[in-house]
Design a protein around this ligand. Structure first.
Ligand code: 5AD
Ligand code: SF4
Length: 481
């Protein structure tokens, strides 16, 4: 039987692009748990699949917390699930293709069990064409919810379950910042803490400012309280998370910056402190100073360059030049000599020339990144770059991508090779997924290490002698002193 559609709100890119000056509200008590849902959930199970970036990982941790409040328990077995949630990513087309493949595959389960509920959330659901496509072609989907609608998840599920409706609720505009949402964290060793939501940079290729809304910083008190709680719970590592951590506070405070927050969180005495992602545009010297002053702030920065060509950077709306980027890297290495550095690079931005691309290769050679995430440009509907008529053929883009990857890998292999013979401190996160006899963790400079060691040391920082460097990971042996 076809279910009635309850179209509560659909996304609009035009709405999402608007930025108002009205201050956002902070909601400390947003969660509503419908009574009848609690009775229904007593022996119900959910499965959640998370795509994309760290912001989605934390959203999924909140979704798990919210579902647990209603009484759902988690399963990793598709056949056993009463509710399947996909938390999607919109950053590139291939991320979206994967999700459509998955939705298609779920049809079989729905046929076998008509009571199964399929819910889709995340950045993809903020795109009007995607929601329309799901509405029309994928009747197996019962609930579509946006990135701003997570706190209403239980109310929406209640309607799907008891009113037997298909529900779509996607707000285009961010309303509030939600505090105190329940959370089930995936690790007991390291945690990510959102410090801001959204992004106002509007790089011309990027969909994030539309899917995640305007920049909203959390209040420093709320962030510090959350970090103190994590320290008290025994967490060893905190990553402060935002699309643009460097612009933290600009929407909230006159003179409290990301450097101030970093310093205050470092003072909670968390063993390791990281942050992600930094935009070269707002980087201040104060931040380097704080980083070099506190031993618990990890000497590692992810600093997306995107391109080495000033012309492409200008067309991307990045607001820095290759020269200023290099100066930042030089300053960083001067103040924090052993700093680990990684980056993001887009190949094949519309009408990128061979000369532009050569500049990207030169920049990579200059910066000697420990690792780099490389992507072929993917047009995102609604963004300014997607409207540019692009004359660079796809084969050329692929061929450039391969050349870039070769260089990135050569440098990576060299950098990881340089670690051999050194004794490095590793925070042990658990056993390796590929080989249960090995422990696994990261150095403070964010290098993955798989090593032979004492499993009782999971959750602790140990010394590891590095025996071999591979492409983006190290092998070693724990040393006892
Ligand atoms: N096409 C390709 N890569 C993109 N990124 C963001 N938008 C796009 C796009 N449209 C990359 C950028 C960013 C990273 C998270 O994803 O490099 O830093
Ligand atoms: Fe996208 Fe640019 Fe914002 Fe990063 S800074 S999320 S690339 S718009």
């Amino acid at each position: 039987m076809k279910k009635e559609l309850d179209l509560r709100s659909e996304p609009s890119l035009a709405e999402a692009a608007k930025r108002s000056k009205t201050p956002f509200k902070i909601n400390y008590d947003a969660l509503i748990i419908p009574e009848r849902l609690i009775a229904y959930c007593a022996n119900k199970k959910y499965l959640i699949r998370t795509y994309g970036c760290q912001a989605n990982v934390v959203d999924s941790e909140n979704i798990k917390g919210i579902l647990a409040k209603a009484g759902y328990s988690e399963t990793e077995n598709l056949e056993e699930a009463d509710l399947i949630i996909l938390n999607t990513c919109a950053i590139r087309e291939n991320a979206e293709d994967k999700v459509f493949g998955e939705i298609g595959a779920l049809k079989r389960l729905k046929k076998a069990n008509n009571d199964l509920i399929i819910a889709i959330g995340g950045c993809m659901m903020q795109e009007p064409t995607i929601v329309k496509k799901i509405e029309k072609i994928y009747p197996q989907v019962d609930l579509v919810f946006g990135t701003h609608n997570i706190p209403s998840l239980l109310t929406l599920l209640d309607e799907v379950i008891f009113e037997k409706k298909r529900v779509i609720e996607v707000y285009s505009k961010e309303g509030e910042v939600f505090e105190n949402l329940p959370i089930v964290r995936s690790s007991k060793v390291k945690a990510s803490v959102n410090i801001q939501y959204g992004c106002d940079k509007f790089c011309t290729y990027c969909i994030v400012p539309y899917t995640r809304g305007k920049q909203r910083s959390r209040k420093k008190e709320d962030i510090i309280k959350e970090c103190e709680e994590l320290v008290a719970l025994g967490y060893q590592e905190i990553t402060l998370l935002g699309q643009n951590v460097n612009s933290y506070g600009k929407d909230l405070y006159e003179d409290y910056t990301f450097a101030s927050l970093l310093e205050d969180v470092a003072k909670t005495n968390i063993t390791r402190l990281r942050f992600m992602t930094s935009h070269p545009w707002d980087f201040t010297k104060e931040m380097f100073v704080v980083m070099s002053k506190y031993k618990n702030i990890c000497p590692f920065i992810h600093l997306p360059i995107q391109s080495g060509s000033d012309d492409v950077l200008r067309r991307m709306g990045r607001r820095y030049t290759l020269e200023s980027y290099k100066a930042l890297v030089d300053e960083l290495r001067r103040l924090i000599p052993n700093v680990g550095l990684s980056t993001d690079i887009i190949v094949g931005f519309p009408n990128e020339t061979e000369e532009d691309f050569q500049k990207t290769l030169e920049a990579v050679e200059y910066c000697q990144y420990d690792s780099a995430f490389t992507f072929i440009y993917s047009p995102r509907e609604g963004t300014p770059a997607a409207r540019i008529k692009d004359t660079t053929p796809m084969e050329v883009k692929h061929e450039r991508f391969d050349r870039l990857l070769k260089l990135v890998n050569e440098i990576g292999l060299k950098k990881y090779g340089e670690c051999v013979g050194k004794v490095m401190e590793v925070l042990v996160e658990g056993t390796s997924k590929k080989d249960e006899t090995l422990l696994t963790g990261y150095t403070d400079t964010m290098k993955l290490v798989n090593f032979h060691g004492n499993p009782n040391h999971i959750g602790k920082i140990v010394k590891v002698k590095i025996t071999k460097g591979h492409l983006f990971y190290l092998s070693g042996e724990e040393v006892n002193d």
